[in-house]
Design a protein around this ligand. Structure first.
Ligand SMILES: Nc1ncnc2c1ncn2[C@@H]1O[C@H](COP(=O)(O)OP(=O)(O)OP(=O)(O)O)[C@@H](O)[C@H]1O
Ligand SMILES: [Mg+2]
Length: 329
């Protein structure tokens, strides 16, 4: 961190949908700098724009339904948004890989796990059949699926959900990506499996020195796995800093309220704070702060002017006019 150049820099990304003649804003200002050998958590409620952010990076936004309004996504200094479909395809899988929110959708039921891993490897790495086979076995062993060839020959429906998730991870890392996006990779798993998958991702990150964007709606999962975290609200990044700092000194009122709503043994018996009010309607495009209508700290200025996402302290970015006061909430 610090002096090193980021692997990915996303700046002021804005994306909107056109749906039934209505405009819905999915992203209204996403800024993320992500470094190598670092797990960057992206946390926010359902519908806040986490998956759309991920899909923008890998170039898989549904073209018809979406309009990219503005912004920039640079990978090792090079703009991704202006690339052709073909160039993006070669990035996907080889440099950037993604574990999708719903593995069942992305594992092809008609092919064995082995066939699906081999296909990815052969397309991007130019290995022959037997080399690809050996590599597939190696990868399955690495993600804890054994090396006896049983999973290699299995079809997705023959695997448990934990095994499917591991198989997805094996496919994602098969071409040694520098950057891995994991979109809620543990949400459908029970607590024990969740802990195992988090540990596996962490180990793989350490081994391969990848940059990882880890998406979750759950701050306690983020606390466990991430080094740094960005908080997204209604399509806008409102705060970004190290995990330690975020949990110790949250600056944005939304983060503060999110932290207060985590069940915590130490706060047992105390009523948990729910965040009052509704999430911003996707059709709204307020001139002020996106969180102002729900913010207990909001003043006139907050409804008039959108706060800039800036560093208030070293390595601690926040978009709040009153960031310095917010943590006293
Ligand atoms: N295919 C789609 N058509 C129309 N609107 C969409 C589509 N996909 C996403 N959206 C809208 O874009 C916004 C961001 O959605 P996104 O899927 O990125 O949320 P998310 O943070 O990943 O939520 P979740 O935690 O539920 O996965 C939401 O307002 C959502 O309704
Ligand atoms: Mg999502």
């Amino acid at each position: 961190m610090g002096a090193a150049e980021p692997l990915i820099v996303i700046e002021n990304l804005r994306v909107e949908f056109a749906q039934d003649g209505q405009r819905a804003i999915a992203l209204r200002g996403v800024d993320i700098s992500l470094y190598k050998n670092e797990v960057h958590g992206l946390v926010g409620e359902s519908g806040s724009g986490k998956t759309i952010t991920a899909m923008s990076i890998v170039g898989l936004l549904p073209r018809q339904a979406l309009k990219l309004l503005s912004g920039s996504i640079r990978y090792e200094g090079r703009e991704l948004l202006s690339r052709s479909e073909e160039e993006l395809r070669s990035y996907r899988g080889s440099k950037i890989a993604m574990i999708f929110q719903e593995p069942a959708k992305y594992l092809n039921p008609a092919f064995t796990v082995g066939e699906q891993i081999r296909e990815t490897i052969r397309e991007h790495m130019g290995l022959d059949r037997s080399q690809a086979n050996a590599r597939a076995r190696e990868l399955l062993a690495l993600v804890g699926l054994g090396n006896d060839g049983r999973v290699l020959a299995a079809y997705p429906h023959e695997l448990s959900s934990g095994m499917k998730q591991r198989a997805m991870i094996a496919i994602a890392i098969s071409c040694n990506p520098d950057f891995l996006i994991a979109d809620e990779p543990t949400t459908s798993l029970d607590v024990t499996l969740q802990a195992q998958i988090l540990k596996l991702l962490r180990t793989l990150k350490d081994m391969k020195k990848m940059g990882v964007l880890f998406i979750s709606h759950d701050l306690s999962v983020i606390k466990e796995i991430a080094d740094r975290v960005s908080v997204i609200y209604a399509g806008k990044i409102v705060e970004s800093t190290s995990v330690t700092r975020l949990f110790g000194h949250p600056m944005h009122p939304y983060t503060r309220l999110l932290l207060m709503s985590i069940p915590d043994a130490r706060r047992k018996g105390r009523r948990l704070a729910a965040i009052a009010g509704q999430v911003l309607d996707a059709r709204a495009d307020p001139q002020g702060c996106v969180f102002a209508p729900r913010c207990p700290m909001a003043r006139d200025l907050c409804f008039k002017e959108s706060p800039t996402f800036i560093a208030h302290e070293q390595d601690h970015m926040s978009a709040c006019h009153f960031a310095e006061e917010a943590w006293k909430l």
